[in-house]
Write a protein that binds this ligand. Structure first.
Ligand code: DQA
Length: 139
């Protein structure tokens, strides 16, 4: 399978950013392990702090990849434009979050994206991404 992981704003700082919430592992280290775990899949990774760049990437891969794993960071809670982009493409999108956003501030408890996504996985640390990979294996 061809899977695209898209990380949104501030997720380039994973490992350094608020480690008590997001852990102390960098995404580069994690993705090496993920690729070893799924040697038969092609896992592509893109991170951007810009809403438009995330939308452009969804458009680029959204018609021929098998799945997209999207952690849109804070844009989750603000972006109708990203929700529209998810609805505009054919590839199924799984929304993921590292933290359990429902156990945090009230402004994190609403997602504009969830209703446009195939499913949502959150609160399992970086394992949320691995569980999203597993979801693409379900028949
Ligand atoms: C996050 C949760 C968001 O509320 C936050 O803005 C992030 C990370 C998560 O993975 O837990 O940047 O998406």
């Amino acid at each position: 399978m061809k899977i695209q992981i898209i990380n949104g704003p501030n997720l380039n700082l994973l490992g350094k950013r608020e480690p008590s919430i997001y852990g102390d592992e960098s995404f580069d280290g994690f993705i090496d392990k993920l690729r070893m775990f799924y040697p038969n899949d092609e896992i592509y990774y893109f991170q951007s702090n810009s809403e438009g760049a995330i939308i452009d990437k969804l458009h680029e891969v959204g018609f021929d990849f098998d799945g997209i794993i999207l952690n849109a960071g804070a844009y989750t809670h603000t972006s109708i434009a990203i929700a529209d982009a998810i609805r505009a493409i054919n590839t199924p999108v799984i929304e993921v979050h590292i933290s359990n956003v429902h156990a945090r501030e009230s402004f994190r408890q609403h997602s504009y994206l969830s209703a446009a996504c195939k499913g949502v996985i959150l609160g399992f640390g970086l394992d949320s991404y691995r569980l999203a990979m597993e979801s693409f294996k379900l028949k």
